[in-house]
Write a protein that binds this ligand. Structure first.
Ligand code: UDP
Ligand code: MG
Length: 324
């Protein structure tokens, strides 16, 4: 059986089209399928639409969060409740066309545990494209795992990978990173990323930034090492400065001749204090990013809270008490 997981946040404008196009594709796969839609605390008609899909066809199931928990959490929940032998993750907005999925399933049948999509073309603004490009390149440099360039969450993963993902209790989830971390046979297929079929972009700039920071800080401790390096560099500069001042005092005449006579150094002091303060705060901030994440982990809160669901078998759910 194939499961399709789709996070939806205020997607009433695209859902009917998604239902139509995805149903048509599923027809072609000739396999038992379930579609698991996760309503991430929408405030529009999304939940009503999801319920109506489920009424029409019980293989379309839906979960409704008690509030907005974020895309990565919605994806994680969907993967958790999926029962298929493989799980497809895609966005609701049809930027990832369902028509591509046939190729993905083909590769999965060939034995790949993870088939992820690589975007060759993005129909997004230049600023967003540039930031994405920069992010993936920084991540590649910093992370100690191989996260492929321009691969999003659009993918198909085998049951083995699904079980491993479900077993990871991480709170700050960067699903595409975890997926890469797991390993096995992975392959990327290129596709053209389309424009949104309707509605507005749901990721805010802040949301994207948080995702990016999670990607970097959850998969790399290089920033911590950079603070050490910064400390060393600044100490070295300070050391050179000290030597310079010392020599200046001893060889006053020679220094005066080349125009470097000692002057009461108000500016130098203020600048160096500010510089030091800045460097220290930056380093503290970086350390803080890690401490904040450790704090999130130790609190042991559930990743999401479910308000209601349709078609989900609650006895198989990991949050049995939580589901109605
Ligand atoms: N989404 C979500 N919760 C959020 C934000 C987004 O479930 O808080 C879903 C949204 O409904 C969509 C997918 O995540 O299916 C991707 O969001 P969007 O298209 O806005 O972002 P993009 O990745 O295209 O920039
Ligand atoms: Mg989108």
């Amino acid at each position: 059986m194939i499961s399709v997981v789709i996070p939806c946040y205020n997607e009433q404008d695209v859902l009917p089209l998604l239902h139509k196009r995805l149903s048509a594709e599923i027809e072609k796969w000739k396999e038992p399928c379930e579609v698991l839609l996760v309503d991430d605390g929408s405030s529009d008609q999304t939940w009503q639409l999801l319920k109506s899909f489920s009424r029409k066809d019980p293989s379309w199931k839906a979960i409704r969060f008690s509030r907005n928990f974020g895309h990565q959490i919605a994806v994680s929940a969907g993967i958790q409740y999926a029962t298929g032998d493989c799980v497809i993750v895609m966005d609701a907005d049809l930027q990832d066309p369902p028509e591509e999925l046939g190729r993905f399933i083909e590769k999965w049948r060939e034995g790949y545990e993870v088939v992820y999509a690589i975007r060759t073309q993005r129909k997004e603004g230049i600023f967003k494209r540039a930031s994405y490009g920069l992010f993936y390149r920084i991540l590649r440099k910093l992370a100690n795992i191989h996260i492929p360039y321009d691969s999003g969450d659009f993918c198909i993963i085998d049951r083995r990978v699904v079980d491993l993902l479900n077993a990871m209790p991480e709170k700050n989830r960067f699903v595409r990173g975890l997926r890469a971390w797991i390993g096995f046979r992975q392959i990327g297929l290129t596709y053209k990323r389309h424009e949104r079929a309707g509605g507005e972009v749901k990721y805010t700039l802040r949301g994207l930034l948080r995702l990016a920071l999670n990607g970097i800080f959850s998969f790399s401790t290089v920033p911590l090492r950079i603070t050490t390096l910064l400390g060393l560099i600044v100490s070295f500069i300070a050391f050179l400065g000290a030597i310079f001042t010392f020599l200046q005092r001893i060889f006053i005449e020679q220094f005066t001749r080349i125009g470097l006579s000692p002057v009461p150094g108000f500016a130098t002091i203020v600048i160096s204090i500010l510089f030091m303060g800045g460097v220290q705060l930056i380093c503290l901030g970086i350390v803080g990013e890690y401490i904040g994440r450790i704090y999130d982990e130790v609190k042991q809160r559930p990743l999401w809270v479910i308000q209601e669901s349709v078609g989900i078998n609650s006895s198989s759910s990991p949050h049995r008490d939580n589901i109605k």
